[in-house]
Write a protein that binds this ligand. Structure first.
Ligand SMILES: C[S@@+](CC[C@H](N)C(=O)[O-])C[C@H]1O[C@@H](n2cnc3c(N)ncnc32)[C@H](O)[C@@H]1O
Ligand code: SF4
Length: 333
């Protein structure tokens, strides 16, 4: 699948739930959340069918997200079916990490079961190592569970584990160096992500915004000039740098300030309520659940995917349109 601007779509990010056991300020409002009724969420069978169709059109990588994907019932049975889809050779999960260490029915950790199911890449959100700041940002006092989850992921030997830290002025900007040191000790890749305007929340005030460039400069005043690695890529829009004198790589995701951010975009998103979104930072979305439930054939669904890709914008409109719309928790970041 290729769009009008030459973006080749090989990556489908799939949200399997809008529910979450945390309440991050930048992702969902703190007031009581109304979850989607179950019948408005794609079943596993429907989701697997759509992933298969996308794979027939060239998608080779899927990342499962949410909400918190590990809160959905029978999630392991879903993961276990992914590797048998022809063409899918790279399976990832984005998680807040709180449930990775939890024992499953076989008394293994969730992380070990996911690895055994064929998941090869895990992104774990970690904005701070300070327990109080963690609770203030996520609405839950779960830092110790997340740290246990990270240990469980390391023990499960995933080929790639990334820590993702959202940059927030005044909330976690004292944590950048502790996080770099933690990632170095654990031998994990750390990425810093600019706050994006996708939720109704006071944290999205421009005063909280801290650019990837500023985060880099702050780190450089401690570590010395970071060494750019323009050729290193992990299938996403991160720019990578090495910490001088170390074999440690840091990523910076400048969705708001990097004007070339969208050039290499290879992504399409499927929301848990069955909408295909050609771009995270645009209001465009197309209801594939409706046609699927109306009895569409595989050929019709393939055409639907191609039509959505045809409408993929050249770039996101966050910069012109700093108007929070749908919550990240529903889109699947
Ligand atoms: C929506 S979460 C879903 C997966 C999982 N619950 C988690 O927290 O990793 C995926 C990623 O989106 C990020 N995210 C959520 N809201 C964001 C925002 N407004 N700006 C930037 N990143 C955001 C989170 O930090 C997380 O790394
Ligand atoms: S960022 Fe992840 S953990 Fe936080 S509220 Fe959103 S979905 Fe939940």
């Amino acid at each position: 699948m290729e769009d009008r601007y030459g973006h080749r779509i090989s990556y489908l990010r799939v949200s399997i739930t809008d529910r979450c056991n945390e309440r991050c300020t930048y992702c969902m409002p703190r007031e009581l959340q109304e979850w989607l009724p179950r019948e408005d969420v794609l079943t596993y069978e429907e989701t697997l069918r759509l992933i298969r169709i996308s794979a027939e059109l060239g998608v080779s990588k899927v990342r499962i997200t949410g909400g918190e994907p590990l809160t959905r019932r029978d999630v392991l049975s879903f993961f276990q079916q992914l590797p048998s889809i022809p063409g899918i050779d790279d399976i990832g999960i984005s998680t807040n990490g709180t449930l990775l260490a939890r024992p499953t029915s076989t008394r293994q950790s969730m992380a070990a079961e996911l690895r055994a199911a064929g998941v090869n890449s895990v992104n774990i959100s970690l904005d701070t190592l300070d327990r109080e700041a963690y609770a203030a940002t996520t609405g839950r006092d779960f830092l110790s569970q997340v740290l246990e989850g990270i240990d469980a992921a390391i023990a499960a030997k995933f080929p790639l584990i990334k820590l993702n830290c959202v940059l927030m002025r005044g909330r976690n900007d004292d944590q950048f160096i502790p996080l770099v040191e933690f990632a170095a000790e654990q031998n994990l890749m750390l990425r810093f992500i600019e706050l994006m305007p996708v939720s109704h929340s006071d944290v999205l005030d421009e005063g909280n915004f801290l650019s990837a460039g500023e985060a880099r400069r702050r780190l450089e005043s401690h570590y010395g000039p970071l060494i750019p690695e323009p050729t290193f890529r992990t299938n996403g829009p991160s720019s990578y740098y090495k910490v001088p004198g170390r074999d440690q790589r840091l990523g910076f995701i400048g969705a708001m300030t990097n004007l070339h951010f969208c050039e290499s975009c290879n992504k399409l998103r499927l929301t848990c309520d069955g909408k295909l979104r050609p771009c995270l930072g645009s209001y465009l979305e197309f209801d594939i659940m409706k046609v699927l439930r109306a009895g569409a054939t595989d050929a019709e669904l393939r055409q639907f995917f191609l039509d959505v890709v045809e409408r993929k914008p050249e770039q996101h409109d966050f910069r012109e349109n700093y108007q929070p719309g749908r919550m990240m928790v529903a889109i699947g970041g």
